[in-house]
Ligand binder design. Structure first.
Ligand code: 2IT
Length: 444
C-alpha cells in the first residue's frame, strides 16, 4: 500500500473532513509494514474498504423548547465496520459535532473495540445539539425526536449505541424509553442503561478505571507505580471523575481538572469529597469548573488548559486535539514521565510526535480508554444472559481486559531498543483482527 496515495484519494473524496483524515492517517502509517507483509490484505482491498463506513444515516431532529420555540438539529449514525460484531459506539451531543468528527470517532472505535477482545464492530453517532442550559424536559423531547429516526437502524444484534460527551444516564434513559415504545421490545439496544433496567455496575466508572489500569501497566514496565506521582487531568465529566478516583486509590495525587472556562490547580490534591464535587458541578449543567476554586481554596486559571502545570503524568480526559505540539513541548520541558489519552485522539499529531521522539511513554486513546466500551460489551453479555454481575466481577473482568490490551500493545509495539510504541502496537493489534475477519468474510 502507498500511504500518500491513499491519503490523497481520501482527501479528494472527503475534502475538509480534517479529524477523520487525521485519524485514518495515524492508523495507516503505523500498519503499512504489516499490511505489505500480508498479501491477502492487498488482494482483498482491505485498506480501501476499511476507511469507508458501511453506511451513514443523517436526519433532521426538530424539537420544541420550554417557551414553545421550534429548533432543528442534525442527527447522525455512522455504522463504520461490522466485521467482528454488531456496530458499537457512543452517541455524542455537542455543538461541535459534524460528520468529520463522527467518522473519526467511528473509525477509532473499530480498532478500539477489536482490542477489547469482545465481539463488537465500530460505530458512532450524535448530534450538534447542546445540552448546556437545557431543562430536563427539553432534553427529553430532543432525545425522543432523535430516536424517532434512529430506532429503525439500531437493535441489540445490529447496532448498540451508548453515551459519549453530552450523553450520560439521563439521555440514555430517554432514548431507550423511546426505542422500547417504538420497537415494542425491552432489549439491550443501548449500554450505559440505569441499574434497574439492564445497566451494568461499574459502567459509569469504567472508562476512567480502565484507563488507570492501563497506565498502571505502562508504569509497571519500568518497575514504577502511581505512588507519589502528580497527575494533571483535563475535563471534569464522567471519564475524568473515574480516572481521579482510581489515581487517588492507587496513591497518586490529582492536581488539575478543567472545563471550557479554564482549569483548577489544587496543590493539595483532588481527592475524597472534592472528587464527589465533580459530579455536583456537572449536574448544574453550566459546564464550568470555577466554583471549585472558591469552595476548596484552589487556583483557577481562566481560559487556560492545564498542560503548563508541572506533573509526572498528563491525562487528557476531555475531547479530541486538546493537547497540541506546544503543550507537549511544555510537558517535556517539565520532565513529564508519561502521557496517556483518555479522551479519543486527545493529542494532535505534533504532540504525539514530540512525546514519542523524546522516548516518553505515550498511551493512545483507542487502547487507554477502551475500558468504557469493554464494559459496555460486558453489559451486553449480561443482558443476553438476563442476569446481573456483582461490581467485583465486572471490575475484575475490566482489569483483565486492560491488561490483555496492554500485552497486545507490547507484542506489536516494542522496538529493538525496548521502547514500546503503544500507538503502533494498538493499531496493528486492532487492525490484524478486523482485517483478518474481513478477508475471511469475502469482498462484501
Ligand atoms: O468512545 C467510546 O469508546 C465511548 N464513548 C463508549 C462507547 C460504548 O459503546 O460504550
Amino acid at each position: 500500500m502507498n500511504v500518500e496515495k491513499i491519503m490523497n484519494d481520501l482527501e479528494k473524496k472527503h475534502p475538509g473532513e480534517v479529524e477523520y483524515l487525521q485519524a485514518v492517517k495515524e492508523v495507516i502509517e503505523t500498519i503499512e509494514d504489516v499490511y505489505n507483509e500480508n498479501p491477502q490484505f492487498e488482494a482483498n482491498g482491505i485498506i480501501e474498504r476499511i476507511v469507508e463506513p458501511d453506511r451513514i444515516l443523517t436526519f433532521k431532529v426538530p424539537w420544541t423548547d420550554d417557551q414553545g420555540k421550534v429548533h432543528v438539529n442534525i442527527g447522525y449514525r455512522v455504522q463504520f465496520n461490522g466485521a467482528i460484531g454488531p456496530y458499537k459506539g457512543g452517541i455524542r451531543f455537542h455543538p461541535s459535532v459534524n460528520l468529520s468528527i463522527l467518522k473519526f470517532l467511528g473509525f477509532e472505535q473499530i480498532f478500539k473495540n477489536a482490542l477489547t477482545t469482545l465481539p463488537m464492530g465500530g460505530g458512532k453517532g450524535g448530534s450538534d445539539f447542546n445540552t448546556r442550559g437545557r431543562s430536563d424536559r427539553e432534553i427529553m423531547r430532543f432525545c425522543q425526536s432523535f430516536m424517532l429516526e434512529l430506532w429503525r437502524i439500531v437493535g441489540p444484534e445490529t447496532d448498540v449505541p451508548a453515551g459519549d460527551i453530552g450523553v450520560s444516564g439521563k439521555e440514555i434513559g430517554y432514548m431507550f424509553g423511546t426505542y422500547k415504545k417504538l420497537a415494542q421490545e425491552h432489549t439491550g439496544v443501548f449500554t450505559g442503561k440505569g441499574r434497574t433496567w439492564g445497566g451494568s455496575l461499574i459502567r459509569p466508572e469504567a472508562t476512567g478505571f480502565g484507563a488507570i489500569y492501563f497506565v498502571k501497566e505502562m508504569l509497571a514496565t519500568k518497575g514504577d507505580s502511581f505512588k507519589g506521582k502528580t497527575v494533571a487531568i483535563s475535563g471534569f465529566g464522567n471519564v475524568a471523575w473515574g480516572a481521579a478516583l482510581k489515581v487517588t486509590e492507587l496513591g497518586g495525587k490529582v492536581i488539575t481538572i478543567s472545563g471550557p472556562d479554564g482549569y483548577i490547580y489544587d496543590k493539595n490534591g483532588i481527592s475524597g469529597e472534592k472528587i464527589d464535587y465533580m459530579l455536583e458541578l456537572r449536574a448544574t449543567n453550566n459546564d464550568v469548573v470555577e466554583p471549585y476554586a472558591q469552595k476548596f481554596g484552589a487556583e483557577f486559571h481562566k481560559g487556560k488548559k492545564p498542560w503548563n502545570t508541572k506533573c509526572d503524568i498528563a491525562l487528557p480526559c476531555a475531547t479530541q486535539n486538546e493537547l497540541n505540539g506546544d503543550d507537549a513541548k511544555q510537558l517535556v520541558a517539565n520532565n513529564v514521565l508519561l502521557v496517556a489519552e483518555v479522551s479519543n485522539m486527545g493529542c494532535t499529531p505534533e504532540a504525539v510526535e514530540t512525546i514519542i521522539e523524546n522516548k516518553i511513554f505515550f498511551g493512545p486513546g483507542k487502547a487507554v480508554n477502551a475500558g468504557g466500551v469493554a464494559t459496555s460489551g460486558l453489559e451486553m453479555t449480561q443482558n443476553t444472559m438476563k442476569l446481573s454481575w456483582a461490581a467485583e466481577e465486572v471490575d475484575e473482568k475490566l482489569h483483565k481486559i486492560m491488561c490483555d490490551i496492554h500485552d497486545a500493545c507490547v507484542k506489536y509495539g516494542k522496538d529493538e531498543t525496548g521502547y514500546i510504541n503503544y500507538v503502533k502496537g494498538a493499531n496493528i493489534a486492532g487492525f490484524l483482527k478486523v482485517a483478518t475477519a474481513m478477508v475471511e468474510q469475502g469482498v462484501i
